[in-house]
Design a protein around this ligand. Sequence first.
Ligand code: AMP
Ligand code: ZN
Length: 466
Amino acid sequence: MALRFYNTLSQQVENFTPLDGKTVRMYTCGPTVWNYVHIGNLRTFTSQDILRRWLQYRGYQMMHVMNITDVDDRIIQQSAAAGKSIYEYTAEYEKAFFEDASKVRLQRPEKICRATEHIEDMVRLIQTLEKQGFTYSSEGSIYFRISSFPEYGKLAHLHFEGLKAGARVDSDKYDKDNARDFVLWKARKEGEHFWETPLGPGRPGWHIECSAMAMRYLGETLDIHAGGVDLIFPHHENEVAQSEAATGKPFARFWIHTEHLMVESQTMSKSAGNFYTLRDLFDRGFSPESVRYLLAQVPYRKQLNFTLEGLKAAATAIERLRNYELRLKTTKFAEGKNVKIEERTAQALKSFEEAMDDDLNTAEALGATFEYVRETNTAMDTGEFLAGNVPAALDFLAKFDSIFAVLEPSTVDQTISLAEIEALIAERTQAKKARNFQRADEIRQRLLEHGIVVEDTKEGVRWKRK
Ligand code: AMP
Ligand code: ZN
């Protein structure tokens, strides 16, 4: 079966090949660099990393463009509050984003582009829309008239015929009940960052940047446009309207949207106290690979329920795979090749590939992998697994890891497992209860040698990596 993805535009699973048969021209909406990315953002970015790795596995070249939103309502507010320019303010979070991204092993897109460096492209696109009669001005701002684009709503599959003509919104984010003519260019406001342009002084609305940068680097019709489900409306709907109104051509052939991550079945939010950045998880001692594994294991179109228990299970799963790899590499198996096992290996690889071709079904791909690991571990115990079976098994594992990328340990100390750390901490707590302070100190010292700091807090014992 061919490689296929669910396309939000058609609401169907469709076979995928890039337009030119070779290179996938893909655009993904990148981070708004107003804060550290949270694990919800990282879920979407990880799913896009899996997507691009799988496209390459299937022999395609990538031309992947990702933007950095470095000017928007929140950035303007926060930078003003911090007494910094938007450039100073966003530089720190942009740097942090790339550090986090490389920790969870996200391949770097071929092209990264900042909104603030593409104001001219946006101005030109707005001018094109103006000339063709899709816009109007009011008090120095320019709006896109959605009634002038009859297909408005086709991506989100919403109908807006009844809307009052001329009503408009200035904010970048709004819901479908507030769908109105949206802002392309915002008039200058006192104290806000602005650009002097042929459109007048002001700054772009959020939506225009993605249309302008995507078309600049990828042409008028992209193969794939991706983002989180929250972006379907209004952001991506507005991108479709602006781009297609300007060019008269389809903007993106495939729209791929990642479902949200929830925390303990709740929407993640600062106020609910269930908000995690990657850095929070490192402080709790989890490795980047565990986070990556957890984010990758649920197929991207299903909601992912994030729990700390789930992260521990991810660490255990990775350990199993690493132990398996070590066993393959270090055991002296009997000579020869077991044909049945060779067939089983080929079949495991086929199941893995079929699962990934099927709209990136990572859960099934992992299922196929673990079933194979379990069966061949047993075959090693019984002596049926022979030296000649090793190369194909290692090849399968390498192919698995070219997508999941969890086998190689990070620089975080891997010589002590999570289970061992927790057992030592429990033993230390017991020792303290029994007033055996010498043993408690020994354990603290041993953990410290692994870079692990133990803290006694009111809520109990906590530990983190230095
Ligand atoms: P932002 O930095 O807010 O522009 O978001 C960056 C990406 O993260 C976008 O593709 C969002 O759709 C996505 N995103 C935001 N929250 C979540 C979440 N809880 N789960 C999954 N993706 C999310
Ligand atoms: Zn975007």
